[in-house]
Design a protein around this ligand. Structure first.
Ligand code: UD1
Ligand code: CA
Length: 458
């Protein structure tokens, strides 16, 4: 008979202060791949479609609540931290008896949804599931005590271990899944009879065994996803593991990664065929790269879509932008939010584009600022040209028609319109609309002083 799946309540323990981080930022808000640790755990949890996610918070109260968001989230305050058992207990009033409760830690961010699914399969009205892992250096972890038949009997915390128990390498990861009604019964009986005088969640294992509820252990296949971040060193270890995993994912999907140790993929990134990523590239999702996109060294792309065949040369920073196909960007270009570059656009060195739309085949190859501007197609913007979009109080728009040629060193004082096919003479300050198809320039006449002599040194 197929087992009827019970509604799921996920409890994330996040009340700890994280003294060893030596930081004003609460531990669960320390960033991993640019996002709070807690947000990673929440991501793994919400992928299970739980009925509710209960986050037990304490340290950094309001700050923690503001930092992460999700649907069906319930915040539970644990004002004083009396242990993991007490923390789960704080969440119980909001959990119906028929729910399965999955306990996760806010500071163990690499846990995978697949692992959690496997754990939930082992959970039922007469069985609870426990995620364990074998560590070469088990210091600090609770040890899993099994009998001769291999059945789990209890968990002993490191501080309460006998010399023999200290040698056990199988450890408690802290992740477990159990029926809510059973959990409520057992948590009600917890006593702080241990070295730390805390209410240990781990004590429910022995209670389960006593009540003839089987404890189904799942030994995790990789220890990496169970690593916690207690200090900055561990945080960097996790960051490296995350980086490696994401780079491997991309390579398996066919992306050429010149050095996986020097690629940072954060959030969702999708790539077409034959994409090449050079060293020191940072991709902050969502990022979509079309077929044949090349990204050269030292580029940061955040929330960007790039069309096929586009080449992004070294040292570009591109944020919240859409870039068409067959464009050439960089080296040293900065593309800021709300920018759309159509197909075949060239943006060259030391060019900044902000909140602008640039039409097909248009070029700004050197030293320019294009802000709050609509640029038509086949436009050429000369070196050193600037849209003067800000009068010190308000921002104004510049409109440049199709086929326009803007001479070098032009100041376009917005609001201003340049008609289709217009040519603007180099060095002009244009503060009135320029008509289509004509040459407009603003320049004082050039003069030569005939009998002038250079001063001589006294
Ligand atoms: C716990 C387990 C241990 C396991 C280890 C895995 C217990 C008693 N021990 O030990 O068996 O091997 O995790 O990492 O459960 N927290 C609260 N409120 C509290 C106490 C803790 O929210 O009152 C949170 C912490 O913020 C942290 C998590 O629970 O995210 C674990 O707490 P921690 O004190 O680190 O437990 P350990 O002693 O490491
Ligand atoms: Ca810990």
């Amino acid at each position: 008979m197929p087992k009827k799946t019970q509604p799921l309540s996920v409890v994330i323990l996040a009340a700890g202060q994280g003294k060893r981080m030596k930081s004003d930022l609460p531990k669960v808000l320390q960033p991993l791949a640019g996002h709070p640790l807690l947000a990673h755990v929440l991501g793994a949890a919400t992928a299970l479609n739980p009925a509710l996610v209960h986050i037990v918070y304490g340290h950094g109260g309001e700050q923690v609540r503001l930092a992460v968001r999700a649907e069906n989230l319930r915040w539970v305050q644990q004002a004083q931290q009396h242990g993991t058992g007490h923390a789960v207990q704080c969440a119980l009033p909001g959990i119906p008896d028929d729910h399965t409760v999955l306990v996760l830690y806010g500071d163990v961010p690499l846990i995978r949804t697949d692992t959690l699914r496997a754990l939930l399969v082992l959970t039922g009205p007469k069985s609870m599931a426990l995620l364990t892992a074998k560590f070469d250096a088990p210091e600090g972890y609770g040890r899993i005590v099994r009998n001769a038949k291999g059945q789990v009997l209890r968990i002993v915390e490191q501080r309460d271990c006998s010399a023999r128990e200290l040698k056990i390498r199988e450890c408690n990861t802290g992740v477990l899944a159990v029926n809510a009604k059973l959990l409520k019964r057992w948590l009600g009986k917890l006593k702080p009879a241990n070295a730390q005088r805390e209410y240990y969640l781990t004590d429910i294992i022995a209670m389960a065994v006593k009540d003839k509820v089987s404890v189904a252990p799942l030994v995790a296949s990789t220890a990496i996803e169970l690593l916690g971040a207690n200090d900055k060193l561990q945080l960097a270890t996790l960051e490296a593991e995350y980086r490696r995993a994401r780079a491997h994912e991309l390579m398996r999907a066919g992306v050429t990664v010149i050095d996986p140790a020097r690629l940072d993929v954060r959030g969702s990134v999708s790539c077409g065929r034959d994409v090449v990523l050079d060293v020191n590239v940072v991709l902050e999702g969502p990022v979509q790269l079309g077929d044949g996109v090349r990204i050269d060294a030292n580029c940061v792309l955040s929330q960007v879509q790039v069309g096929s065949g586009t080449h992004i040369k070294p040292n570009c920073v591109i944020e919240r932008a859409q870039i068409g196909s067959d464009c050439e960007i960089g080296p040293f270009s900065r593309i800021r939010p709300e920018t759309t570059l159509h197909d075949g656009v060239h943006i060259g060195n030391f060019v900044e584009v902000k909140k602008s739309e640039v039409g097909e085949g248009s070029k700004a190859n050197h030293l320019a600022y294009i802000g709050d501007t609509t640029v038509g197609s086949r436009v050429n913007i000369g070196a050193g040209s600037v849209t003067c979009n800000y009068d010190g109080v308000n921002k104004w728009r510049t409109e440049i028609g199709d086929g326009v040629f803007i001479g070098s060193g032009t100041m376009l004082v917005a609001p201003v319109k340049i008609g289709d096919g217009a040519t603007i003479g180099a060095g002009s300050t244009i503060s009135k609309d320029a008509p289509p198809g004509k040459l407009t320039l603003e320049r004082s006449s050039q003069k030569t002083v005939e009998h002038w002599q250079r001063p001589v040194k006294k």
